[in-house]
Design a protein around this ligand. Sequence first.
Ligand code: PMP
Length: 431
Amino acid sequence: MVTYYQKPILIEKGSMQFLYDSNGKKYLDMFGGIVTVSVGHCHPKINEALKVQADKLWHTTSIYYTSAMFEYAEKLTATMPENLSVCFFVNSGSEANDLALELARLYTGRFDCLTVRNGYHGMTQTVAGATNLGNWKQPLPSGFGLLKTMCPDPYSGPWGGSKCRDSPIQTKRNCDCSSSDDCKAGKEYFRQFEECLQFDFPAATGPAAFLAESIQGVGGTVQYPKTFLPKAYDAIQKSGGICIADEVQTGFGRLGSHYWGFQANDVKPDIVTMAKGMGNGFPMGAVVTTPEIASVLKSALYFNTFGGNPLASVVGKAVLDVIEEEKLQENCEKVGTYFLKELAAIDSPLIGDVRGKGLMIGVELIDENGAKMPASRMANIFEFIKDKGVLTGKGGRFGNVLRIKPPMCITKSDVDQAIDAIAEAIKTVQK
Ligand code: PMP
């Protein structure tokens, strides 16, 4: 296995935004088990809900009903637009995207779907075809009928885009934006998206679905030009296809301004998939869709042994309660914006780009000549930050993006500690 650190750490316990290794060393967790520990490690309210349910009932499968599952489904769909009212509970993000593609294909009677390069949607054989990052791919065939559109990245793509990201921080690359509501990058990426629709799909039918993250997570916190998703959704939906929003990383208030990433992009998906943060570390996932789309599964038995089990359901519901009670969405907005501004203020030629929204943040590192930061120097930075007691993530096609997606309960003083560690690490490797 590829290990994350040159000197891996053995974690013994966690408490809110902190982790402790086997030597008792305390770490500030700025990656939350890859955007999964949403409300805090071993949050007392989640632990309590789990303990109470564990003494009552662990498992039945969906051949019997449990009130835990219904209560959770009600509370979860209440966060969504009204038409998205049916939940299928599964066990991971991969499984959720797998089912979403199946629903879209059955509903439309079409097969080919469009995905975005540099996106990550999971590892099962089907969705591996939608995970368009070569360093995650085995040399084996994966999901058929998953076509790719160009990654609309205003920082490292061919079209730069100042002012065109929905973030407090814009790229340093200029584009010739003629107006603030559209820009060259937005127009050009959409032009090639339309070209895919025109040339890559069966002329007689068109796409079954468009599957995309609101902000690419594993791909290195890539934000598209603001106009890209609204135009892409419109084109797909007008052509009779289904839009699937992968909210595995962007959902549950992390973006600060909105509860769901699709809301922040002002689009209306037909299917939403989620996992990771929905369980604060408990393995679970879901597909939420309309009754019309959901009904296509009636043609055969749909079965999932563990999906929606009572333990997952009470944990999921407690997570929703905590986000509300502790105003974590608001915290993401406030602390995340502060974090982004502090990162952008670090004065170093090694910082190519700072981007993101709320507590979904990426810092793209480059070398003194503007090339991608090589893996060896990246590893030194990463290791240094860890030795300073702060855990961050790594991502992007070239592994040169520091990813910061902490439990949503962090404070400004945690941000200050992380900024000190990151700034010092960068200074240390600067030539
Ligand atoms: N979608 C996105 C956006 C993800 O980031 C991930 C996991 N990194 C997945 C889907 C797959 O989730 P899982 O690992 O739970 O299968």
